[in-house]
Design a protein around this ligand. Sequence first.
Ligand SMILES: [Zn+2]
Length: 466
Amino acid sequence: MTLRDSELQERPNPPVRRRAATIPAPESVTVYVAGSVHAPPRKKATAAAGIFIEAVDIRNKGRCVPKSEIQSLYVGELFATLEAIRITSKDSVLTIISAQSSVQEAMNKKLAGWEHEGWVGVPHRDILRCIAAELKARKAPTIFKLAVSGLSGRILCRQAAVLAKRAARTPTPETWDLTLPQGTALPGMSLQGNRQRVFYRSIREIKMQTVAPRKSTVTNLQKIRGAMENTFGRVVSDADIWKAVSVKDILPRTAQFLWKGIHNALRIGTYWTHIPECGERAKCRDCEVTEDLEHILVGCRSPGQEIIWEAAKTLWLEKEAVWPEVSLGTILGCGLAEFRDDKGKNKPGTQRLYRILMSESAYQIWLIRNNRVISRDGAPASEDEIINKWKFSINQRLQVDKSLANRPIRGKRPALAQKLVLETWSGTLDNEDSLPANWLREPRVLVGSRAFPQTQTRRRLRRGIG
Ligand SMILES: [Zn+2]
């Protein structure tokens, strides 16, 4: 059908349609963030933050994190996140992509809870609180995403990591402003819906701020730091030391003993000097000196410590070439020891065996000393008894490892990785040549026959016979 001319003329003009005022879509910015830690031997570790937007962008950068913060990858990423928020306009939709799940999880899942609980007991809360406040000050949404392996996001995160790495290798003092934007942070904690234990922890935190650190604790921490630097070439912080006491390779009762040891909270030596009629207990009866943990663990002449450390060394040398020096510092800080192969790769099995040997040996020395002083009225145990008690404790650890690595719950992984257990004990087992490579299901797997022969054999070996 065609329209005629007249019809065309008669046709009324269409009404003018007024377009609704269109709001321009907000700008979208994607920032890739990463952290990096540079830890050269015998030097303090340096962490840095890296951000990458796109190639040839002047906002791409790497910056060291403040020296006052714990120098870790996670902290590096947190600072990178803060920088990403600050360099982006508040009106732009910001997507922050990281290759580590920790930052994304912290931001997406935990942030609201931490704020509700008043940040009580939250590690790195200064920086986290600052990020939370900066997020609130933004007008457009902020999205946190995890870079999926194999996709371009992961490659761009690596670019951010390169920038962070470069900054960490050439440390320069950086000033980070961690003041919170006005009106963005809620003071204190919510009284509504919070748990009792959070309130208690909060009260405890406030009280602890007014308590000066114990002098003896400071001395022990210094000893641990010194031992770690001299023996393992590691520079560690106090926070690292406290964290290493509770690593899962050390049993809770042993960890508690080490923790009390660092705090000088065991009832030995000077603990007794101020208690009437107990002054005698302060001294070691065999050595005539005031007892302290260092004396008990590495200095006492009474049968115990020397025998046990010798046996620990023998067992260790079955697997490794060098037995690190035993001192109060290496004992209390055993969770921090690191072992690497020729290529500089970590040896998790060796590290685990060291943690087990050092912590269990120290705890056995402590038990044997208590038994001598408290139950036996100073009469020492025989060499065989000492060796057998220790041998039993080490074998017990081996058996627990075996059952945890074997626990066959369908569809679930065992509580302990089989590979780690095999790596920990292989090289130290009795009759290892006759065992299969995976000996976890073998009924009688023991350690120690070579390291702890019976007394007669030991004497013969000492005299150089046989
Ligand atoms: Zn003594």
